[in-house]
Design a protein around this ligand. Structure first.
Ligand SMILES: NC(=O)c1ccc[n+]([C@@H]2O[C@H](COP(=O)([O-])OP(=O)(O)OC[C@H]3O[C@@H](n4cnc5c(N)ncnc54)[C@H](O)[C@@H]3O)[C@@H](O)[C@H]2O)c1
Length: 341
């Protein structure tokens, strides 16, 4: 196979990042059609990337298009249904994070996909960010000795769309905003978590809190790896000042830090002795390379018949950590992570 034919399901914010990459930057890909339950959104998005076919349902695309792979970037609570349909006809699957809104849903997905032998990759694009990848390699080479602490910060400038406020649909803010941070922490630690503790509060999202009493907008998650480092993920939105994604890895023989709040480049020095720099404003720009490289890798794995990474199991691990963290939040104390690894 020289080219992989794709259908995109969910032509919104994340979906269009993938659509643009598939159409403009990956010669081994062919985007046949876009699907969105909002047909007008599908039409506009298809027009933007110059694709002539668009549908309001995945079933229609399955009936009418010949393709090998599906890119799923619809709302989190719809992932399972689309994955099951795609897996039943052996389409390879790239699925956006989080894999699902609950552990139960994610485990059902795993059951279905396992039986098929299709390729499956979860959208943890930070693993393809050149700096984070380099940091991971340095840690594996022992450049900073034994791991002591992994700290990942993920803050967004605005409040996410309203469907995310509902934990039963999105998995909550921890899943929506910080799945990437949790995955990075697990990837660097390379082992099963021990105790997990989530502290979360609502500082800004009054409207969301009125509709969903369990809504929180800022949080700190701590993970004590049994025979390894300590982990901290802090996150929140809307912070207003930037899209702020940073990771710091402390070892017994040094420290590695990745990510800047500022955009490197121009600094404006003013006469009142201030210096002004622009901050990162969007995940799309900060992880531009990561989104492109993750998709190229998925396509390479289909063409060369290799196992994609990060895997469905990586997606499932993050969902399990989120669910344990929410148990800890409800109990107000650390909870031992239980379950397979
Ligand atoms: N990897 C990342 O950094 C990243 C960034 C943003 C969002 N995401 C994830 O991507 C997914 C989509 O989030 P978003 O912010 O792009 O949302 P969005 O609302 O911008 O877009 C989602 C689109 O999916 C459509 N849709 C909903 N149900 C559908 C269905 N059953 N079939 C087809 N289309 C359907 C909606 O109409 C909408 O146009 C979520 O799971 C989210 O967590 C990942």
């Amino acid at each position: 196979m020289e080219k992989v034919n794709f259908v995109l399901v969910g032509a919104g914010r994340a979906g269009m990042v993938h659509a643009r990459n598939l159409v403009h930057y990956i010669p081994e890909a062919n985007l046949c059609a876009l699907v969105d339950v909002n047909l007008e959104q599908a039409r506009k998005s298809a027009e933007e990337v110059g694709v002539s076919k668009y549908y309001a349902s995945f079933e229609e695309a399955l009936e009418r298009e010949h393709f090998e792979a599906v890119c799923i970037a619809s709302l989190t609570f719809t992932h399972r249904e689309i994955i099951e349909k795609a897996a039943s006809v052996r389409k390879h699957i790239f699925c956006e994070k989080p894999l699902a809104q609950t552990k139960e849903e994610a485990e059902k997905i795993q059951e279905v996909v396992k039986k098929t032998g299709i390729k499956f990759q979860i959208g943890f694009m930070r693993r393809y960010d050149p700096e984070i990848r380099k940091a991971w390699e340095m840690v594996r080479e022992g450049k900073i000795g034994e791991l002591v602490l992994i700290k990942s910060t993920g803050r967004g400038p605005g409040l996410p769309p309203a469907w995310i406020w509902d934990r039963s649909k999105s998995g909550g803010m921890l899943a929506e905003v910080s799945s990437h941070d949790i995955d990075s922490m697990l990837w660097f630690a390379g082992q099963k978590p021990g105790t997990i503790f989530l502290m979360a509060r609502n500082f800004k999202g009054q409207e969301a809190r009125e509709k969903f009493p369990d809504f929180y907008d800022h949080y700190v998650l701590t993970v004590n790896f049994q025979n390894g480092p300590m982990g901290v993920v802090d996150g929140g939105c809307p912070v207003g000042y930037a899209y702020d994604a940073r990771i710091e890895i402390l070892g017994t023989e040094g420290m590695i830090r990745v990510g800047e709040t500022d955009i490197p480049g121009l600094t404006w020095y003013t006469l009142d002795k201030k210096s002004i720099r622009e901050t990162q404003s969007s995940w799309r720009n900060r992880f531009k390379e990561g989104y492109l490289e993750e998709m190229k890798s998925f396509i390479r794995c289909i063409i060369k018949d290799e196992k994609p990474s990060p895997s469905l199991e990586d997606g499932l691990r993050v969902v399990r950590v989120v669910e344990t963290a929410h148990q800890s939040l409800e109990m107000g104390k650390p909870v031992l992570f239980e379950g397979e690894w």
